[in-house]
Ligand binder design. Structure first.
Ligand SMILES: NC(=O)c1ccc[n+]([C@@H]2O[C@H](COP(=O)([O-])OP(=O)(O)OC[C@H]3O[C@@H](n4cnc5c(N)ncnc54)[C@H](O)[C@@H]3O)[C@@H](O)[C@H]2O)c1
Ligand SMILES: O=C(O)C(=O)C[C@@H](O)[C@H](O)[C@H](O)COP(=O)(O)O
Length: 530
């Protein structure tokens, strides 16, 4: 909107990012050879919009910087088309959302704006009512600058345009974006949208500072926020905890148009998604993962659920979120062992689909294993982690987009999980999920080798890569019989036949392994014992 601070904040942001800045008004005046008010009064608005549209299209072609548009520009259909094409090529279109009262006051300062001729305040309000829904729809980045200095707004904007976005296009469900970057949480209100009144903010105690931030953002945006603290980690993934949350939602009057926001590790986002899937048979939800594992895997894809006494994730549903906000600033408080655990799922994704992930892990194993939240932001490791998160989420998106309900392709994401879930259950969920997955991948590699799918070198590669990251590669608990009985409860099993997913030849090539010979299943188990 006029007065939102596009030029000031845009210029400031460009300076912080070390990129050029252009202002549409200056480019247009250069093109027409006179001031905009003069051109407007001589030739009228339609002619001005035509020139403006051409200047915008020309400027955006090949321009790598920040370009401040005039407030009316995005209302022109040809400009909208140009902006869509720009976004399709990876461009960011930012809606700078200033406090309306402040923006109106700034816009009227000094006068001279042709669009505000007459009663300037009333005219500004009318334009705002017309433009706000259009800007909201067109932009792919929404930055609220209420109460911010231009420098603060610029920093926020920089973080938001710097972020990585993975689009998850799901067959038979709404598509959504996974946003990865410092400040990704700032998108929360935009992702929830305006149809929601009450928000249940579900989180665990160790991530209180991050849920406080989410709550502040939600309150600022006018939502009625209900804080729901659930037991930490797997203790929160039970039907008893879910029942407690359903009770709260009932008492607090949550309706179908209200929403859930899950903040925390994978256990919290699995539970929050499950609540969203079941409350009134489905309400909107947004995941805000705060652990590496939740960022790369648990928060995306719509597998929601709880454990039962019989095993891991046995009750749940496939229910996709409205969006995922992986805010890298939340990793500052993540303990080292929980970061390292997350690398188990990252490596898994490298094995099943994206060998470049494996190379990045190899090249940065020492830094990754030594993760320290206190020095993470702004370090070289942050770029490495952001790249790994984006790549791993892309692997996830590839599988869930085509096969949301896990009829076949999606099962490849379950590499290593047949044994992993048995380990977690036998260990009473004291073993971390990502660690169990690392051992499970080792087991799947041994099994694939025994059956002639992969050579010994690839088994050895699993062992050396996973251990270089600080992940476990063997497990000594439980007996084979216990493990076998639990593996029969794995969701890939069919009837009384086991079903695994294994590598075929090399990383990136996966096959299903139905009903493998019993002696190989046992021998592979023997090989992962210390
Ligand atoms: N739905 C899926 O597709 C999917 C995929 C993978 C894993 N999962 C599930 O995810 C869970 C594992 O997730 P996880 O590894 O995040 O475990 P978790 O949720 O148990 O979190 C681990 C610990 O880290 C804490 N924590 C998280 N973020 C923190 C932060 N920023 N600062 C300080 N502490 C923080 C948590 O409170 C918890 O104590 C398992 O239940 C697993 O089954 C689900
Ligand atoms: O998204 C999937 O599909 C996966 O299998 C991802 C796994 O990494 C994840 O641990 C998932 O929760 C396992 O699901 P389950 O169906 O085996 O319980």
């Amino acid at each position: 909107m006029m007065g939102a601070g596009k030029t000031r904040v845009g210029r400031e942001t460009a300076q912080m990012m070390g990129v050029p800045f252009k202002d549409a008004d200056i480019e247009i005046e250069h093109e027409i050879g006179m001031s905009i008010p003069e051109y407007f009064s001589r030739y009228g608005e339609p002619e001005f919009r035509r020139v403006e549209s051409e200047v915008i299209a020309d400027t955006l072609r090949g321009f790598g910087g920040i370009f401040a548009l005039g407030g009316g520009a995005p209302m022109t259909p040809s400009v909208q088309r140009t902006l869509h094409e720009y976004m399709d090529q990876g461009g960011r279109v930012v809606y700078l959302q200033a406090d309306p009262a402040e923006a109106m006051e700034r816009a009227n300062r000094g006068g001279g704006r042709p669009m505000l001729a007459g009663d300037a305040n009333e005219r500004w309000r009318t334009l705002f009512r017309q433009r706000d829904p259009v800007f909201d729809r067109i932009a792919n980045v929404h930055v609220r600058t209420h109460g911010s200095t231009p420098q603060m707004a610029a920093r926020k904007l920089m973080n938001m345009i710097d972020e990585r976005v993975v689009h998850v296009d799901v067959v038979a469900a709404d598509s959504y974006n996974v946003r990865i970057g410092e400040g990704a949480l700032n998108h929360l209100a935009a992702v929830l949208g305006s149809g929601v009144a009450r928000v249940a903010l579900i989180h665990t105690q160790p991530v209180q500072r991050h849920s406080d931030k989410a709550r502040a953002l939600l309150r600022q945006a006018g939502y009625d926020v209900h804080d729901i603290v659930v037991p930490d980690a797997e203790a929160g993934k039970t039907v008893a905890v879910a029942n407690g949350v359903w009770e709260r939602l009932g008492v607090e009057g949550f309706t179908r148009s209200d929403a859930i926001v899950g903040v925390g590790g994978g256990a919290a986002t699995d539970l929050a998604g499950f609540i969203a899937a079941t409350w009134m048979r489905g309400v909107r939800y947004v995941n805000c993962p705060t652990s590496l594992l939740a960022m790369v895997d648990a928060s995306t894809g719509g597998k929601t659920g709880v454990n039962t006494t019989a095993g891991k994730n046995l009750v749940g549903s496939f229910y996709t979120p409205a969006g995922v906000l992986a805010d890298l600033t939340t990793l500052v408080s993540l303990p080292n062992d929980i970061f390292v655990e997350g690398l188990g799922e990252v490596a898994k994704s490298g094995f099943i689909r994206d060998p470049q992930i494996l190379r990045i892990l190899e090249n940065h194993a020492d830094e990754l294993r030594g993760f320290d939240g206190a020095t993470f932001l702004g370090s070289g490791l942050e770029d490495v982690a952001a790249e790994l998160i984006e790549r791993t989420v892309r692997v996830k998106a590839y599988h869930v987009s085509a096969d949301l309900k896990e009829a076949g392709l999606r099962e490849f994401l379950n590499y290593g999980h047949t044994l992993a879930h048995a380990i977690e259950k036998i260990e009473h969920f004291r073993w971390r999920h990502g660690n169990a997955v690392a051992v499970g991948c080792m087991y799947a590699a041994e099994l694939a080798h025994l059956l002639g799918y992969i050579d010994q070198d690839l088994v050895d590669y699993h062992r050396s890569l996973l251990s270089s990251l600080g992940l476990p590669i063997s497990w000594n608990g439980g007996s084979f019989d216990e493990v076998l009985s639990l593996m029969h409860r794995d969701k890939k099993a069919r009837g009384n036949k086991l079903r695994f997913v294994v590598l075929d030849g090399e990383p990136g090539h996966m096959v299903h392994l139905d009903d493998p010979p019993a002696d190989a299943v046992e021998e592979a188990f023997r090989r992962i014992r210390r």
